[in-house]
Design a protein around this ligand. Structure first.
Ligand code: SF4
Length: 432
């Protein structure tokens, strides 16, 4: 192995990803200071390619909110929103964003511009009520994209089938309506060739993302799906449909292929390969992962890398010869897939157990996200019944440090690993 080459490649993705995210926040800050507005969108069905074709600044309030927690100030924003009248039960992303709006966009990473419109899907019902808050505060148009989910567990209609094509046509009509709204808001005509360019960059990114997921099947694993994965998700969303995003993911795949080829793991002590179900514990983001890594536990897979990647995980390729029809198809497939990985992740997990050689599943239901957390206890029971895999069920929050008890989490996590270790010992003894 060439040491110089290794030093220049390994760790590059995290460095470049952090730089890209800083540059994105800087551009939002500059837009806010120039009093330019931004479209507010969400990770599940962001419509980035369409908005970029109109040169719009784009803010993802889920990402600005989670950054408040990672930077340890979310509790101040949450308290402000609760004092304003929002219930402690509401999604923490929404409440911290409300406080951010009341503070005129003040954020530790730079000022966030006000919205001039928002577009969102029905992937989470909170999106709809959240957008209505901006509609009231900023008097902006809000565009809802109603994306039909699967009607029946295990029955996934596909392109070419009757029901799928009806659903696709339904999404396509809504996308055409969105184009009219965008033309009105921006005072310019839709340029289909620019749209094609952005779709082409997303095609490259999606291909890389699918490859990235595949690469972590290797032993040792080459990235941590929870910590490194969150950086990749930030870039996948913020830079979707851009050259910078496509180039970043090509470099990322190169780095991970290099690590696989040279047996360079994300840790030198990989004893337990795990998957993570839910949304991370951002108030103690690094520490949360450390409690697992101290036992040799590594997250090689997560459902978060599916539902929060804006559909990039499917590797879907837009047909540039028929961009609007294909955009509708890709949106339907990816939003539907995101909904499945939140509501019906058991079948995904069953496949992942073998594909990623998993030794355990960590379920992390959180107080303020019912969308992702509801039903997780039942899903866990079903998965354990069907596969016998060990699992851990720990509750905390993705924003609110007032309900995160590190000591309690550590006790539960320690007991989980003691169980995993003793199970491994018994298997080893039986094989003697
Ligand atoms: S998915 Fe959960 S965290 Fe995201 S907006 Fe919906 S309720 Fe909030």
């Amino acid at each position: 192995m060439n040491m110089q080459e290794t030093e220049s490649i390994v760790g590059r993705a995290n460095r470049d990803g952090a730089n890209l995210l800083r540059s994105w926040f800087k551009s939002l800050d500059e837009a806010a200071h120039r009093d330019e507005k931004a479209a507010y969108v969400f990770v599940m069905g962001s419509m980035n390619e369409m908005l970029k074709a109109f040169d719009m600044h784009i803010s993802f309030p889920e990402i600005t909110s989670l950054q408040l927690a990672v930077r340890h100030v979310a509790h101040e924003y949450l308290q402000e929103a609760e004092d304003y009248g929002y219930s402690p039960d509401i999604c923490g992303y929404v409440k911290s964003d409300v406080a951010l709006q009341l503070r005129g966009g003040e954020h530790p990473m730079g000022r966030i511009p006000k919205p001039n419109m928002t577009v969102f899907t029905n992937a989470c019902n909170t999106y709809i009520k959240w957008a209505e808050i901006w509609e009231r505060l900023h008097k902006i148009p809000i565009c809802t994209l109603d994306v039909p989910g699967h009607r029946q567990i295990g029955v996934h209609t596909q392109p070419g089938q009757g029901q799928f094509e009806t659903d696709r046509a339904y999404v396509e009509v809504q996308i055409k309506e969105l184009i009219s709204t965008l033309e009105e808001v921006n005072g310019k005509k839709f340029d289909i060739d620019r749209f094609r360019e952005h779709l082409a960059y997303t095609n490259q990114m999606s291909q890389s993302w699918a490859r990235l997921l595949e690469l972590n099947r290797s032993t040792p694993s080459v990235y941590n799906a929870l910590t490194d994965g969150t950086i990749y998700l930030g870039v996948a969303n913020g830079f979707r449909g851009t050259k910078a995003g496509a180039d970043y993911f090509a470099d990322l795949v190169e780095e991970m292929e290099y690590k696989v080829a040279n047996g360079i793991g994300t840790t030198t002590d990989e004893k337990h390969r795990l998957t993570f179900v839910g949304v991370p514990c951002y108030p103690i983001f690094r520490r949360f992962n450390e409690i697992f890594s101290e036992w040799g536990g590594t997250f090689v897979h997560s459902t978060y890398l599916w539902f929060a990647s804006g559909g990039t995980n499917r590797g879907y390729q837009y047909d540039l010869a028929d961009p609007i029809r294909s955009f509708a198809e890709g949106t339907l497939l990816s939003v539907r897939d995101a909904m499945d990985s939140m509501f019906d992740q058991t079948s995904l997990l069953k496949d992942a157990i073998d594909d990623y050689d998993l030794g355990g599943v960590v379920y992390h239901p959180i107080k303020s996200c019912r969308t992702v957390s509801t039903g997780l206890a039942d899903s866990r029971r079903q998965l354990m019944k069907d596969t016998g895999i060990s699992s851990l069920f720990i509750e905390s929050d993705m924003m609110d440090r007032r309900v995160v008890s590190e000591a309690q989490l550590k006790n539960r996590i320690d007991a989980f690993f003691e169980g995993l270790n003793s199970r491994k010992q018994q298997v080893a003894l039986r094989s003697i």
